[in-house]
Design a protein around this ligand. Sequence first.
Ligand SMILES: [Zn+2]
Length: 426
Amino acid sequence: MAEYDIIIRNAYSNEHDRTLAIGIADGTIATLEKEIDAGADTEIDAEENLVGPGFVDSHMHIDKSFAACGERRPKGNESSFDFAEIMAREEEYFADASVEEITQRALQNIEMAVAAGTTYIRSHVTVNHETFGLQNMEAVTAARDEASHLADIQLVPAARHVPDEAGKRILSDAIELGKHSGSINEPVLVGGSDPAGSNKNIEGTIEAWFDIASEHDVGLDVHIQDGGTLGGYTLERLLEYTEKNGYDGRVTASHCFCLSHLPEWQIDGLIDEFNARETSVVSCYQSTRPSMPVRELLESGVTLAHGTDNDRDFVFPHGNADSLEGALVESTKLHGDRTFVDDYRWFDTNEGLGWLWSMITEQGATALDIEKQYGLKEGNPANLVVFDEPSPQWAIISQATRRYVIKDGTVVARDGELLPEHKVTE
Ligand SMILES: [Zn+2]
C-alpha cells in the first residue's frame, strides 16, 4: 500500500511563497516538504502552479437557488428591484415548492460551488411563521447532510418580524432543527435582516436576535442593508449589543451598504468597534458599492470576507456560486476613479488582488471561525484546489481552471465538473 493517498508535486503555495510537495493521507495534509520521497495512490503534478485551500463562500442562500430558472429567460428578470414584489414572488415560489424540490436545488447549488473550488459555505435560510414554516430549513439540513463529503456548511436561519413572539419562536425552532437533525455537527447561527427597514424596531430586533443567540449559545450573522446614517446607527447599536452580551468574535454583519454613504469620522469609529468587538463584515460582489472603504477596512485589520450571495433566484437572476468570479467582479467594481487619488485602480494591483484573494480564503475562514483548521498546514483537513495559473493574481485575472478540487483528501471535482461518483443531485 502506498504511503499517501495523494501527493501533489510542484505545488506553488502562496502562503509559503515557494513550491512544495503535499502528501495527503487519511483526509488530512500529512506532509508539506520541498520533495516527498514516497509513493501515492494518486500523483498530481501541479506544474509549479498555485495550490490553495478551498474557497470560503461566506454568504449564500442555498434554499432559494435556481428559483428563477425555467424556460428561455430567468423569471427573476421580470422587473427591476421592487422589494414588495420580490417578497410576493418568494411566498408564491415557496408555497408551491416541496421540501424535496428545495433540497435538490440546494444540492445543485452546493455542487456548483464545489466544482468552482469552494469547500466551506455559510448559507442563510429563510423561515416564515405565516406561510411556508420550517420547510426550507428541513430542506437545507437534508442537503447539508447529504453533501457533507463535498463542503462544510454552516446554516443561518432568518425569520422576518423577529421581535414578535411568533417570529422568535420559529427562529428558535429552526436553530434546534439545524443543530439536532442528522449526524452533522456544523455551527448554526442566528440570522435576520434590517431592524429598521424590515421590522421598524431597531432595539427590539437586535435584542431579540441576541436573546435567541444566547439562549442557544450560537453566533449571529445578520443582513444590515439600510443605507446612510440609519444603517450606520444600526451597526453601532449591533456593536453595542455585541459588547453587552459578551459576543466578541461571534457576530458577522453582512452587506453593510451604509459603509459607502458615511462620513470619514463615522467610518473610523465603526472600524475601531469592528476590531474591538472582533466583528466580521461580509460583502458580496453584487452588494459591494464602488465607494465602500474596502481597502481601509482590510488594511485596518477588520475581517472582511466575501460571499457569492444569491444564485439565479428571484432576488438575483445571476450567479454561478464562483468565488473567483466574485473576486474579479469586485476588482472591477472597486476600480475607483481619479478623484480617489491613492486608491485609483488599487484593486487592480498585485497587492489589491492579493487582498481580494484573502477575502475568499483566509478572511472567510476567520469570519466562519474555522481559521485554526484552515489552509496549507500539516494536520489540517486536505481541502485543496489545484489551479492552472501560478498565483492568486493570475487565478483571478484569467478565472483559472480549477483542475482538481480535493475535499477531505478525496478528489471530488476536475476541470470545473463534479466527478459523477460524488454527485448528490438526482
Ligand atoms: Zn443575503
